[in-house]
Design a protein around this ligand. Sequence first.
Ligand code: HEM
Length: 387
Amino acid sequence: MKADEVLVDKGRFVSKLRPVVGQSTLTLNGEENRKRRAVLHSVFAKGVAQRFVPEMSSAIRETAIYASRQSEVSAHDLTAPLALRMICIAMFGKDVLSRGDERAIVEAVRLVESDLADDLFRVLPLPPWKARARWRKRELARRMIDAVVARVRAQAASSTAVGALINLGLTDVEIRDEIVTMLLAGHHTTGSAAAWILYYLGTVPGLADELAEEAEASSDDAGELRPDILPRASKSLAFVREVLRLYPSAHWFSRDVRTDITVRNIPLKTGDSLIFCPWQLHRDEHYWSEPHKFDLTRNFTGKAYLPFGAGPRVCIGMGLANLELQLLALEMAAAFSISVKSAVPAPLPTPSVTLVPPDIRLSLKVREPWEKSIALPEEPMQVRAAS
Ligand code: HEM
């Protein structure tokens, strides 16, 4: 995984996504990939993404308040749209997208995501009429995002991902393909992990109270989380790490061997595909004691822990995703109490493109003393959780 691209590259599975995401950070190799990663890193890296904390926190609260007015909600139906919203914040910046633009983006994602598992795992070619229908769907999604890019191009600050990509000299088509890539890569990965965060907050006795205390200690006088303190908020960091160990939403990723090599005495031939499975690694008794147990006191140093991959193609959204999950844990613990209404322990997730969580049903209540000061927001973006 950490090897140079001359020895291994991202492989044939990822190249099957070219009709969906075009030539983007996910599918490009070599110098162009490195250039785009450097630019995106300058926005998504954890220390940098912290500038979005106020907007991200308020998006979490808005979604949770809305959910608290329902008798019961599905965790993933709540967290998957929230994940898209967070990516929009980091891609476009504050107040750049109108509600209409956001809805267009959500609808475009839904259009391309509905066939994603089939795009990746299909062995035989599609019959021509189905291929044409799929192409039309993708074209529609592209046009919807193109229209948003054309509208917001002039407003995206260089501190946002879209602004940074514009400064790099990317065309509108290349920028659109990057936007689709980031939305697809960050949607159900972060959304699924976030659903498990809510599940554990609702089921582990005392956890929400401990995190509420940490949230209070990490907040300013107005009750807003302080970005500079979050990297030291150790309880929430350990919580996110353990959730991603037990439920690594990107439960597989791949590489192809480009030249005959031997790794740890295993001879690999040019063209061999390697599939890495964090789910299996994270639950291997050889590396972890009681691997199936949720345990916030684990030591992760030197362990087989790869929720975001590793090496030159490690997840570019890692900083943003970790921050989002930490904020979710702290904001929810501080202001809401969660009860899980579905089976505990929850059933196993379903493996697909990502690891799809089971239908975790929640009921949310606003905690005192927040109750009186919170107004019902406009209905947040809704998108049914797919793969
Ligand atoms: C909990 C959430 C997430 C998880 C578990 C996750 C996991 C992963 C994994 C395992 C890879 C493959 C790494 C490798 O091949 O070594 C990856 C790649 C990638 N991720 Fe994430 N990801 C998450 C969130 C995000 C977000 C929020 C974004 C964007 C905003 C994103 C963008 C990407 C991109 C663009 C790549 C491809 C990078 C490249 O090939 O150079 N991810 N992610």
